[in-house]
Write a protein that binds this ligand. Structure first.
Ligand code: NIG
Ligand code: FE
Length: 390
């Protein structure tokens, strides 16, 4: 079964082989899908025949968003914490404990229903690949359960047992790290592709550089890829540890020294920026322009979670990145698609060239520029194709 998607006013391929800069834009385009993969892209005037035809009436098509950082297995609600922040309270990660208590008390079915609801919400807004972290269980069984549930919906599962030190280990962070790197990792690694740690020496709840290194090295020895919550609340060792250990991504990067930018530029670690967090914690935005100018690969993700940022909208993050972080609309879209794919070490998503997955986001707009130009307007949705379902 092949499908010709035609009437595409503007197709963003992210195909570097095409002339038009990194986005590889084809105007008046068509695209052919077979067995869930793109097999042809080009001008509509040259399109081949196919078994079925879908006409998009001049809408723009972009690669489905790759949201490479999200915390979607949780119960409870922290709207009150958000409200307090908007009245001046500071975010320090302490509220994570509230979500841990609610998540431990929730049934599998409740967690599964919330997770499914958030994924559907993301898909309705154009996200077709999502990474899902544990980190609200913080016992061997609760972390393993979170990852089992996450693995039901995505291959991009991340063990975040080192999210915060749970209340029952207060004052005994090193003992908790021993649990995370020992029995908890053993129970979680079979369900995870990645390991992550909240490296934030400035927070009373998170982990310092040595503890982060211990968690990452143990995860690496168990066969997991590495990601780090780095430099969110203050400049610290997170980015340097991430680059040194060859992590796929250092996430947040809100407070970077010149040495941090140099380290990222000299390494292979993607800088994943999460502007929804700065928005929702009323924090200064990182300067994405400075990273791009230094040659760093930048990704954008939502960090969708009940505490620091409860948005599921990649389009909102694109608009923030353009308005507040000095990315161009083209750079922000690339970061939200190809950048996210790079942060997850994936070459089959984040682009729409032959061989890639047929993950299409359709915009109710003539151009990708509208994603930033029309903030808050739900323009993007994932395209469902019969030939992809088959
Ligand atoms: O990425 N920084 C740590 N973890 C999350 C927040 C989780 C929460 O507040 O519940 C983050 O911002
Ligand atoms: Fe996060």
């Amino acid at each position: 079964m092949s499908t010709l998607v035609t009437g595409i006013g503007e197709l963003v391929t992210n195909d570097p082989a095409l002339e038009d800069g990194p986005l590889g834009v084809i105007p008046d385009a068509s695209l052919v899908v077979e067995h869930g993969h793109v097999v042809w892209t080009g001008p509509s005037s040259e399109a081949p025949d196919a078994d079925e035809r879908v006409d998009l009436g001049g809408r723009a098509v972009v690669p489905g968003f790759v949201d490479s950082h999200a915390h979607l297995v949780f119960a409870g609600d922290r709207a009150g914490e958000f409200e307090a922040r908007m009245s001046g309270a500071r975010y320090d990660g302490g509220g994570i404990g509230t979500t841990v208590a609610a998540t431990r008390a929730a049934s599998d079915d409740d967690l599964r229903a919330r997770l499914g609801g958030l994924l559907a919400e993301m898909r309705r807004q154009g996200t077709t690949t999502v990474e899902v972290k544990s980190g609200y269980g913080l016992t061997v069984d609760d972390e393993a359960r979170s990852l089992r549930l996450a693995a039901e919906v995505t291959p991009e599962t991340t063990f975040l047992g080192a999210h915060v030190v749970p209340a029952e280990f207060a004052g005994r962070a090193d003992e908790y790290v021993a649990l995370v790197t020992g029995p908890m990792l053993a129970a979680c690694a079979p369900h995870a592709r990645w390991v992550d740690v909240f490296c934030e020496p400035g927070s009373a709840h998170a982990f310092d550089g040595d503890q982060a290194r211990a968690v990452l090295e143990a995860g690496r020895d168990a066969g997991l890829g590495l990601r780090v919550h780095a430099n969110q609340l203050s400049a610290g060792p997170g980015v340097q540890v991430a680059v040194e250990l060859g992590a796929a991504s250092a996430d947040h990067c809100t407070h970077l020294s010149a040495a941090d930018v140099d380290a990222l530029a000299g390494g292979t670690t993607v800088a994943t920026l999460l502007p929804g967090v700065e928005f929702s914690t009323r924090s200064p935005y990182p300067d994405a322009r400075r990273l791009l100018d230094a040659g760093v690969t930048v990704a954008l993700a939502t960090d969708c979670n009940p505490g620091s940022c409860f948005t599921s909208s990649m389009a909102f993050c694109i608009a923030l990145a353009v308005r507040e972080m000095r990315l161009t609309p083209a750079e922000a879209l690339w970061a939200a698609t190809a950048g996210g794919a790079a942060a997850l070490d994936r070459s089959d998503v984040g682009r729409l060239a032959p061989g890639a997955r047929a993950d299409l986001a359709v915009l109710d707009a003539p151009s990708y520029r509208h994603l930033a130009y029309r903030p808050g307007v739900p323009l993007a949705h994932a395209l469902e194709l019969p030939s992809v379902r088959a």
